[in-house]
Design a binder for this molecule. Structure first.
Ligand code: NAD
Length: 554
């Protein structure tokens, strides 16, 4: 089979060779390969988040790749939790790939049921972008992380993190973006990570500058950098559940405290205090209940320390890893006093449909990204995205196929994609470009402990919105549409929708890009307008997409 699988590692094909029956199919195949290329543990098909996978098992991966190689432009491949189940005749305006991943009927959406099904090979957890073949490595989360720290700086530190210390933990697939994002915002980060291999990986890929296993040495480096006003990123080999309390004992109060260890699942990703990752893995296989009960005790210490930092004046927030709910369940009474990052900092952007939009150049040619970077800066002057591009060019190393992420909003995404499609047609961009986004976006998700926490109208748990988003995207002919449920450690915690649409330079692609990207961001704006947010009401009125009247008239 002419796919780029060599042993257990996969590398996305670059260049002009067409293995599939069209460039749209070839693009999706390369995105799948790229997701595996960038994954944390590709041998086990695990991409990030401890166990978010790109395919259910090796056989499913092979069959999916074969199906993509043979897929006609007027057919639809249907994938159920990472396993290909059928190819249907459709038409050239229909999606090429439809997926439903980790969805369980409400009452059965719990960890025990998910585990039972997973052990029987009937379901897979796809995270957000792993299951949908949209993962572009830690770079995919860098701007979101930078944006969050920039918003925190604006609200609490006069707009700058210079001289401020950010304490966090977890340097995995997503969390690995934290040191670089803080560095770009001018601050000093101390990042606690229990696995030396993860620390090494972040140093090698340019996300982390230095590391040590000595807390005293790390604190010396912190003091020097803060005193000099130098941006600096420092890794500390250790366990957050013991290091955070030790910092309190030493009287250290960071400016900002957060965390991105994999606390969303105590059975796989989170390492309890006193254990190495290897010892935790042995326990997982021999006595998983003990692993969870040790994990609960550690989360209690870890989260209690975060609350104490908050009481001592630090700005503390949860960074989407569910540590508050895990801590609450483990008996930390004040767990939910810590704010979630979307509610505290990101929601106003979602109200305007602004979120993490990404594009991937399947040519493999970095110059394609240069061309698109210039378009963003020229077209969206004064926007968050235009300010971000020079920073990204200076600091973010490419991983896998050349790609970029930038926070663009309703209307902007459509404009950019149409410009790129024209550039593909003219040859200024050397190959097709896939446009996609994180599920953490205005229209893409309902997660009452993260993206939709504390909604103005109390609609946090209504998951009609991401389902409508997926329906709209499929109806509008996106190339790939996926519906995800919370499965696994996040059982019942979210419902989300993923979408990918490809600019291959054709007029048909222009039609698809226009309708899909307008609908995908538009439904997001309407979701927040419906909840009563003023910024969203204004954006919805300006977009002309709403069914009037949006506001109660006289
Ligand atoms: N902020 C966001 O937008 C966002 C997006 C996606 C995921 N997340 C959440 O962030 C968390 C991290 O995601 P990831 O993809 O980086 O996961 P990952 O599993 O790739 O990385 C987690 C890291 O934490 C380390 N770790 C585990 N327990 C530890 C402990 N007690 N002390 C120190 N280090 C420890 C692990 O060794 C690993 O390197 C997940 O819970 C994920 O769901 C957040």
């Amino acid at each position: 089979m002419p796919t780029n699988r060599v042993g257990t590692s996969v590398r996305a094909l670059r260049g002009s060779e067409l293995r599939c029956r069209g460039w749209r199919q070839e693009t999706l195949l390369r995105l799948l390969e790229n997701t595996l290329e960038n994954g944390e543990d590709p041998a086990n098909l695990v991409i990030y988040g401890g166990f978010a996978k790109a395919a259910r098992d090796d056989q499913s991966l092979r069959r999916t790749m074969e199906a993509l190689l043979n897929l006609e432009a007027n057919e639809t491949l249907v994938i159920q939790s990472g396993k290909p189940v059928g190819v249907f005749p459709g038409h050239s305006g229909a999606p090429l790939v439809l997926m439903a991943t980790s969805n369980l009927v409400g009452r059965w959406a719990n960890e025990a049921e998910f585990d039972r099904l997973e052990q029987r090979g009937l379901i897979m957890w796809g995270g957000y972008t792993a299951g949908d073949w949209q993962y572009i490595g830690s770079q995919g989360i860098v701007q979101g992380t930078y944006q969050t720290f920039a918003e925190v700086a604006g609200l609490h530190f006069g707009g700058s993190l210079v001289g401020e210390l950010v304490l966090t933990a977890g340097l995995g697939g997503m969390g690995g973006a934290q040191p670089l994002a803080v560095l770009m915002a001018g601050g000093v980060s101390l990042c606690v990570e229990v696995d030396p291999a993860k620390i090494e990986r972040r140093v090698q890929t340019g996300y982390l500058q230095d590391w040590t296993d000595s807390l005293s040495e790390a604190l010396e480096w912190v003091d020097q950098a803060r005193a000099a006003g130098d941006p600096r990123s420092i890794g500390l080999l250790g366990n957050a559940s013991t290091v955070f309390p030790e910092l309190l004992e030493r009287g250290v109060v960071p400016s900002i405290v957060t965390d991105q260890t994999s606390t969303h699942d105590l059975r796989r990703g989170y390492i309890p205090g006193g254990l190495t990752p290897g010892e935790a893995e042995v326990l997982r296989q021999t006595d998983p209940e003990r692993l969870v009960s040790l994990g609960k005790m550690s989360v209690r210490d870890h989260l209690s320390a975060m609350i104490e930092f908050m009481d001592r004046g630090a700005v503390v927030f949860e960074y989407g890893n569910n540590i508050r709910a895990q801590g609450r369940d483990a008996g930390v009474e004040r767990a939910m006093e810590i704010p979630g990052f979307v509610h505290a900092y990101i929601r106003p952007l979602f109200c305007r449909g602004i979120g993490p939009f990404r594009w991937i150049a399947v040519s493999g040619d970095e110059r394609d990204i240069d061309v698109i970077d210039a378009m963003v800066v020229g077209r969206f002057e004064g926007s968050i995205a235009a300010a971000w591009i020079p920073l990204a060019r200076a600091h973010v190393r490419s991983q896998g196929l050349p790609s970029r992420i930038a926070w663009l909003g309703h209307g902007e995404r459509t404009d950019l994609a149409l410009m790129v499609n024209e550039a593909v047609a003219s040859g200024a961009v050397r190959g097709p470009v896939a446009f996609t986004r994180d599920h953490l976006d205005a229209g893409g998700v309902a997660q009452p402990l993260r993206e939709t926490e504390g909604m103005l109208d109390g609609s946090d748990a209504v998951s009609d919105w991401p389902l409508l988003d997926a329906l709209l995207n499929a109806g509008n002919g996106a190339d790939l549409v996926a519906i995800h449920g919370g499965g696994g450690g996040y059982s019942g915690y979210f419902q989300s929708a993923g979408v990918t649409v490809i600019a291959d330079g054709t007029p048909e692609a222009a039609t698809r890009l226009h309708s899909v990207l307008t609908g995908d961001t538009g439904i997001g704006v309407l979701r927040y307008a419906d909840a009563g947010y003023d910024e969203a009401l204004d954006a919805a009125t300006a977009s002309g997409l709403c069914v009037p009247p949006l506001r109660d008239g006289p």
